[in-house]
Design a protein around this ligand. Structure first.
Ligand SMILES: [Zn+2]
Ligand SMILES: [Zn+2]
Length: 180
């Protein structure tokens, strides 16, 4: 079972190459999700970039995306991101809020195919949070938290049975908030 999302809006955050955005559209399309609107790329919002870390503060990007009225919305950047105590994040989302951020920076791979697989997993993961799912213990489930690329590569792009059931049943969200 795929995500219960038919259409989505993309918010590109600089730096992001047009080619990357096209790849993301393809990744979403393969999931049966049509990009109905791609907003004009925005420069980093005030306070979003930490010059000492050379990283973006993912929560500031999430807040920026939250200000858009479209839902679901996915902010995409090629800038490296961190959040809270995590040295880096592949993305973050508001659980149940249908707002997510994905950083493609660390998903780079020797082949386009591998990059697309990684991007698909991280995008589906963050959109899954947006639909109300939390982290899953099953290391193969796309909702398993990956702390490294090897964990991303090891998991599938599919929801486990439990997560599928939760998506279908629209289980009420217990712990709202922002998660990576
Ligand atoms: Zn699961
Ligand atoms: Zn997560």
């Amino acid at each position: 079972m795929a995500l219960p999302i038919d259409t989505i809006t993309i918010l590109p955050v600089q730096p992001i190459a047009t080619r990357r955005l096209e790849e993301i559209r393809d990744v979403l399309h393969a999931q049966g999700i049509r990009v109905v609107h791609q907003k004009s790329p925005i420069l980093r919002p005030a306070g979003a970039y930490d010059g000492r870390r050379h990283q973006f503060h993912a929560e500031v990007l999430l807040e920026r995306a939250r200000h858009c009225e479209e839902r679901p919305i996915l902010a995409v950047t090629d800038g490296d991101c961190y959040a809270g105590k995590l040295n880096f994040v592949f993305g973050i989302a508001e659980v149940g809020g249908r707002v997510a951020v994905v950083s493609l920076r660390r998903l780079r791979a020797p082949t386009t195919e591998r990059f697309r697989q990684r991007a698909a997993k991280e995008i589906i993961h963050e959109l899954g949070h947006g639909e109300g799912l939390e982290h899953c213990r099953d290391p193969k489930c796309v909702m398993h938290f990956s702390n490294s690329l090897s964990e991303t590569d090891a998991k599938s792009s599919e929801f486990c049975r439990d997560c599928q059931w939760r998506l279908r049943a629209k289980v009420p969200i217990s712990g709202t908030g922002t998660v990576a």
